[in-house]
Design a binder for this molecule. Structure first.
Ligand code: HEC
Length: 160
């Protein structure tokens, strides 16, 4: 009898502990917020939206002379999530051998975002502005060359 009570007591103890873990686990796996969803999605136009936020951050840093903000925004430009395979395929199929030009605009933006970080770390506003302009020019050059074309194929895949 004593054994049985012990067994029941011990079983109850473990039951309570494990249900506690289970509840804690469910409490943690709450649905993702919109911001988290954006972090996980990697289609080109989603990455572009993130880049726009990064540019806003750099811009605010420039006008408030907050070098940490400039560094943060510029680093984020280079840390964006990798491009989803579907987007990469779509770009390849639309651009064909113009892909290298697309790549060179991308390199300009990333290379000068790095220089922008270095300039902000040195707290040299002139240098910051010089690289910031080249980054912006890189964004806009790629848009002028390819944005409408890629966008229209993405939105109307059958018409093209
Ligand atoms: C190598 C080419 C390239 C570079 C560099 C580039 N973009 Fe883009 N961007 C595109 C293309 C292509 C689209 C159209 C995507 C689509 O609609 O599918 C686009 C679209 C956008 C859009 C519109 C997104 C929407 O919701 O429709 C924004 C905003 C944007 N880019 C911001 C930026 C910023 C900011 C930078 C620089 C930091 C940048 N882009 C650099 C190619 C580029």
């Amino acid at each position: 009898m004593i054994y049985k009570i012990h067994t029941i007591a011990i079983s109850l103890f473990f039951l309570i502990v494990f249900s506690g873990f289970a509840i804690a686990h469910f409490a943690e796996t709450k649905p993702t917020t919109p911001a988290e969803e954006i972090e996980q999605t990697r289609e080109l136009h989603t990455i572009m939206r993130l880049l726009l936020q990064n540019i806003h951050t750099v811009n605010e840093g420039v006008y408030t002379e907050n070098y940490d903000l400039i560094i943060h925004g510029a680093q984020k430009i280079n840390d964006h999530p990798p491009l989803a395979d579907e987007s990469r395929e779509l770009i390849r199929s639309v651009l064909g051998d113009r892909m290298s030009v697309f790549g060179s605009f991308d390199n300009t933006v990333h290379g000068h975002a790095d220089s922008l970080v270095a300039a902000a770390e040195a707290k040299e506003m002139d240098r910051v502005l010089r690289h910031y302009r080249i980054v912006q020019q890189g964004c806009v050059n790629c848009h002028s060359a390819f944005k409408d074309e890629i966008r229209s194929v993405r939105l109307n895949p059958d018409k093209n």
